[in-house]
Design a protein around this ligand. Structure first.
Ligand SMILES: Cc1ncc(COP(=O)(O)O)c(C=O)c1O
Length: 423
């Protein structure tokens, strides 16, 4: 597998860096090996040189149904023949909205958008309008998009901007706490309760590690928000339609006031959503602006309806969970066989692989004590062996992963660890 050809990818890369900064269109991709893919189907990818990869990154999450799902393609294709955007409503919107709200179960209203980043901003604006307060609480290691008021980096316990050119004072409105620490949140409310419009969090932290909430944590966050009149926002961009149909809210049994969705909701199509309580959401029709040329476009609504129809009909969650559990066991066993401190943490449908102490970590500080670089250094070897994953350690399982993918990935991982596990 190390003899894979890379000629075409290298040529494409050489041209790409002349066309676009770093040769990539999203900075997240700067750290991954530069592979140019030609196509994907199900749980597999093929690059421009014809090499195959079993895919456990799924485009950073959206391809929960697998790549190029036939029913999603057919629905989008036929919808697009009737036009794409009209600057008005169209006949597919209500069906998508009904299916969406019925699937998540708790919310009364939904607005569709294009990216998770903008839906997070809409949620924060709405929370401020609803409370008349300005600040919000968020958590180390959680990601809510790349804009100035939410992009952070924490180094040695100090949090600040994560990008050159970022307006640091935009972070003044946020209070950054450690995840899974209910005492710190209670203290923040005691000290700043009258200023806090919202608490926003990934209900399971998936952008740094794959760290579920500790027992009772989300319940306590809910109680504190209710007690202090703050809006609770779940950022379910990763967890929505992945942890189960109703996302983290359903899986952990805690209902937010607002929640943001993206990724798995539309079979790989770029769609996001903000959903929530009617009394908060209806402010969008009474003074709070949320706009977007491509919001609820025809193909977006067709993709949402098709993807949710498949998810509700096929109910793949049990299967995904079983696949993930077997894969986690297999990875741990290979770690033992190769005498490597390989550790896996998370849930079967979204887990984190790294090197270090196997004891569970519960926050970003704990994650920082693992040897994350050693795993990042292993990723090019995994990619050379036909496993597509990202350096930050997250692995996503899709409804398209089955026994043959499991056998393939474990065989390839075994070979990769023999080749590069000790680097
Ligand atoms: C939890 C979370 N929120 C927000 C975003 C931003 O979404 P997008 O990349 O669609 O703007 C992401 C993206 O990975 C995410 O994981």
């Amino acid at each position: 597998m190390n003899s894979r050809s890379e000629t075409r990818s290298r040529e494409l890369r050489a041209r790409a860096v002349e066309l676009t900064p770093g040769g990539v269109h999203s900075n997240v991709r700067l750290t991954s090996p530069s592979v140019f893919f030609d196509r994907g189907k199900g749980a597999w990818l093929w690059d421009a040189d014809g090499n195959d990869y079993v895919d456990y990154l799924l485009g950073q999450g959206p391809n929960f149904l697998g790549h190029a799902h036939d029913e999603v393609i057919t629905a989008v294709e036929s919808a697009m023949r009737r036009g794409g955007v009209f600057g008005s409503q169209h006949v597919l919107e209500n069906e998508a909205g009904e299916l969406f709200l019925d699937s998540i179960g708790w919310a009364e209203r939904v607005r569709f958008g294009v990216s998770g980043t903008e839906a997070d901003q809409a949620a924060l604006r709405l929370a401020r309008a609803a409370t008349g307060r300005t600040r919000f609480v968020r958590f180390e290691g959680h990601y809510h998009g790349w804009l100035d008021n939410v992009l952070i980096k924490t180094v040695d316990g100090v949090t600040g901007p994560a990008s050159e050119g970022q307006l640091a004072h935009h972070l003044d409105d946020s209070i950054v706490l450690g995840f899974n620490d209910p005492v710190a949140l209670a203290r923040a409310f005691d000290e700043h309760g009258g200023e806090i419009a919202a608490v926003i969090l990934e209900p399971m932290m998936c952008n740094s590690g794959a760290i579920p909430p500790e027992n009772g944590y989300l319940q306590r966050v809910r109680e504190l928000c209710t007690e202090h009149g703050a809006v609770l926002i779940f950022d379910e961009v990763i967890t929505g339609f992945r942890l189960t149909l109703g996302g983290a809210a359903e899986r952990f049994g805690v209902t937010p006031d607002l929640a943001v969705y993206g990724k798995a909701m539309a079979g790989g199509w770029p769609v996001s959503a903000l959903a929530g309580r009617a009394d908060v959401m209806d402010r969008f029709a009474a003074g709070v602006n949320h706009s977007g040329t491509f919001n609820s476009s025809v193909p977006a609504c067709a993709a949402v309806t098709a993807a949710l129809t498949v998810l509700r009909r096929d109910a793949p969650y049990q299967r995904v969970e079983e696949h993930g559990a077997r894969l986690i066991d297999g990875i741990r066993k290979l770690g033992v066989d190769h005498d490597l401190p390989l550790r896996v943490q998370g849930l079967p449908m979204a887990f984190h692989v790294g090197f270090g102490d196997p004891a569970p970590v519960i926050d970003a500080a704990g994650l920082g004590r693992l040897d994350l670089k050693r795993y990042a250094d292993l990723v090019p070897v995994l990619v050379d062996h036909g496993i597509w994953v990202a350096p930050r350690g997250i692995w996503y399982v899709s409804a398209a992963h089955g026994d043959s993918e499991l056998a393939a990935v474990l065989e390839r991982l075994d070979a990769a660890l023999s080749a590069g596990g000790r680097r």
